[in-house]
Design a protein around this ligand. Sequence first.
Ligand code: SF4
Length: 64
Amino acid sequence: MKTVVDARFRREAETFVLRFSCDDCCHRVDEGALRACSMAFPADLQRASLDAESLAFCKSFELA
Ligand code: SF4
């Protein structure tokens, strides 16, 4: 799901400590130096994505 990231979204994500990135997901696996997704999705959702104008949430995210 893709959503617009604006000042309000950033403020609320900070306030409620929103977790959405692969780093916080139980499906993330480390394979040596590579980060990967056990469901074979591109595991590239970084917390820094809040700096972008939009963000794509992964529907398979599960909090680790
Ligand atoms: S399921 Fe989605 S959020 Fe979780 S590691 Fe894979 S790509 Fe990232």
